[in-house]
Design a protein. Structure first.
Length: 633
DNA sequence: ATAGGGTTAG
């Protein structure tokens, strides 16, 4: 039988406090002591070693229990109060029982929470909500939904607390169908104008890739708060439409809704996805004006933003100014150097991270290995690959193997890449075969490439990029019949090649170019600029590399075709539209072609400009005739 | 008793 001693003091708060401290009115407690007064909320003191003297008889009320539970610091303390509630029959009180369930859930003691929940004779909306919510929060989706269904069947009046939890489960499990059913319930319960419920609906639809449905809900809302806007903004970025996120952000500001730090994180994230340096700076300015401190999440998001907008230095600046850094912060910075080709600097961060007491995780190693790969650091890459398991007990996964294949492949060690591939016990995914195929493309190994491509076409028959890769390989080998076969296969499956495009941001406006594009208002000047460049380049000994043209046409036509690649058009326009000596930044949706790479190197020397190109994988900084990628990409 | 936030290969 549990011994407990509690007291209730009918005193003025500071008298109670005084009495408590001076008279040692506490217990060497087997159970928590609930001390309270009429006007002061209760407080709990446990395990105080004071003489067992001067005890008053106790009288308990639910409030004391609830207050005591709030102050519990461990599940075992909760157990004690729970026992106390049983012996005093206080467990019959719905408020006390609900709080117990909630606190158990908070301490991740879901079994205890659930057991108690099942024993409860009566339940109100709070009971259902804390149980469904508690399970949702720790990711026990199945049970959360099971109890949610029970709740619906129980005929309780549906309120605005439990629904958002259920919707969150739908979001996290991509169950848009169930989410839609819950949406019906929302209407039936007349809760569609509740801000919590509708934000959860918007979030659910957006994360389940139904961003249009999310927008419909959002547009229909009679009033919207900051969170409504934030979930919608973040939803668009998640669905691959960061432009719309930024449009909405402007709208939100126009409507006078003041964003908070979380909103800014989603906006920063959109800028990162978009790679829009101009916007990025504006957002940074706004964050500074609002005096938002760079907490670890906002700071990390900004590192990533600047890195993906092309400025690894600005990223580093944020990094250096952050007080708190965690493993994600360090990984982001490592990855930032990696995608900019500064492999050595990326690797230097690793020991610094360890020194600051942060251990790497699997993503850190992906960033490290990829940095090695982009910089051609073969030995370093091998060492890290072995070290991750040996020194940090992190078993390499497919992504790590993929980085290694990529690294070895680029370095011409196709045999070693193949050996690693054969040794790997894990199932090979699209990314892995893609890296292998890339390696084959560089080294003209058509046989292995065919094998890799076949696997790719099996795994992702809808991905047009794989067909293009294979056809490139055949084209490079001059096997035009095979090129045609791949083309036929593509068209029979109704697939189109992802059109290559290059973007350039001038005065806050984005200009887009495609191959052979003549739609730009300054098209004439652009082509004249290209012609002038071409003359200068050819004097400098530049010969178009027609290996990168994949049509079976004669050499001269191939050269003409190369000259209208979207990168070249965008660079020519950049030269026209920006001041002498300024840096030109362009972004491309695919990887840079080899000829454009050579072209850009030479242009950077001839016009004395730094040209920064973001391609699908990484950044290239062209300056004085060379590229930061060291021609590895 | 309620919601929204950052790093990952090809």
């Amino acid at each position: 039988m549990l011994k407990f001693k509690c007291l209730r003091l009918s005193l003025h708060p500071h008298e109670a406090k005084n009495l408590y401290f001076t008279s040692s009115l506490a217990v060497a407690a087997a159970a928590p002591v609930v001390v309270g007064s009429i006007s002061q909320p209760q407080r709990i003191v446990s395990n105080l070693r004071v003489p067992e003297t001067h005890f008053f008889p106790i009288s308990l009320d639910p409030r004391s229990f609830v207050a005591a539970l709030v102050q519990c610091r461990s599940p075992s303390q909760v157990d004690k109060v729970h026992a106390l509630a049983i012996t005093t029959s206080m467990i019959e009180n719905l408020g006390v029982a609900n709080k117990l369930v909630y606190i158990y859930a908070e301490h991740r003691a879901l079994d205890d929470a659930h057991a108690l929940f099942c024993r409860m004779k009566e339940r109100d909306n709070v009971s259902w909500s804390v149980m469904v919510g508690g399970l949702a929060k720790i990711g026990d989706y199945e049970n959360s939904l099971r109890i949610f269904r029970e709740y619906i069947r129980s005929g309780s009046r549906i309120d605005n607390y439990t629904l958002p939890f259920a919707l969150r489960v739908c979001r996290d499990t991509m169950s848009v169908q169930l989410g839609t059913e819950i949406h019906q319930l929302v209407y039936k319960a007349g809760l569609h104008s509740d801000l919590f419920v509708s934000a959860a609906l918007v979030d659910m639809y957006a994360r389940c890739a139904h961003v249009d449905d999310a927008r419909k809900v959002f547009d229909k809302m009679s009033k919207r708060d900051m969170v409504s806007w934030t979930v919608m903004i973040s939803g668009y970025t998640e669905c691959g439409n960061p432009e719309e996120s930024l449009v909405l952000f402007d709208k939100m500001m126009e409507e006078g809704i003041v964003p908070d730090k979380v909103t800014m994180v989603t906006v920063v994230f959109a800028c990162a996805k978009l790679g829009a340096m101009h916007k990025a700076k504006m957002v940074h300015d706004y964050i500074s004006r609002r005096n938002f401190s760079f907490d670890v999440i906002l700071g990390t998001a900004m590192i990533d933003m600047y890195a993906k907008c092309g400025s690894v230095d600005a990223a580093r600046d944020i990094f250096d100014r952050m007080k708190e850094k965690n493993v994600i912060t360090w990984s982001s910075m490592i990855s930032a150097y990696g995608i900019h080709g500064h492999g050595r600097t990326a690797l230097e961060l690793f020991p610094q991270m360890l020194e600051s007491g942060i251990l790497p995780n699997r993503i850190t190693f992906v960033s490290i290995l990829s940095a090695c790969s982009h910089a051609g650091l073969v030995n370093e890459g091998r060492q890290f690959f072995h070290s991750m398991k040996r020194d940090y007990s992190i078993e390499p996964d497919v992504k790590h193997y993929t980085c290694m294949v990529d690294l070895l492949g680029r370095a011409g060690k196709l045999d070693e890449a193949l050996e690693l591939s054969n040794r790997m016990k894990l199932e090979k995914d699209e990314g892995f075969w893609g890296a292998l195929l890339g390696a084959c493309r560089i080294h003209g190994n058509v046989g292995l490439a065919e094998k890799a491509a076949t696997s790719l076409l099996e795994l992702g028959p809808q991905n047009s990029g794989y067909y293009v890769l294979l056809s490139n390989i055949y084209a490079n080998a001059g096997r035009w019949e095979d090129v045609a076969k791949v083309r036929d296969l593509m068209s029979s499956r109704r697939l189109k090649k992802t059109p290559g495009g290059t973007w350039i941001e001038i005065n806050n406006k984005t200009h887009q170019f495609r191959v052979g594009d003549k739609s730009h208002p300054q098209s004439k000047e652009i082509y004249e600029m290209l012609k002038a460049l071409r003359e200068k380049l050819e004097l400098a000994g530049y010969v178009p590399d027609t290996n990168f043209v994949l049509h079976d046409v004669d050499e001269e036509l191939k050269a003409e075709f190369l000259y209208t690649h979207s990168e070249k058009l965008a660079i020519a326009f950049g030269l026209i539209a920006t001041a002498d000596g300024t840096t030109i930044r362009i972004a491309k949706n695919l990887r840079v072609c080899g000829d454009c790479h050579t072209f850009t190197k030479l242009v950077s020397a001839i016009v004395q400009r730094e040209i920064i190109v973001r391609d699908a994988n990484r950044f290239h900084h062209f300056k004085e005739g060379s590229c930061s990628c060291g021609d590895y990409w």
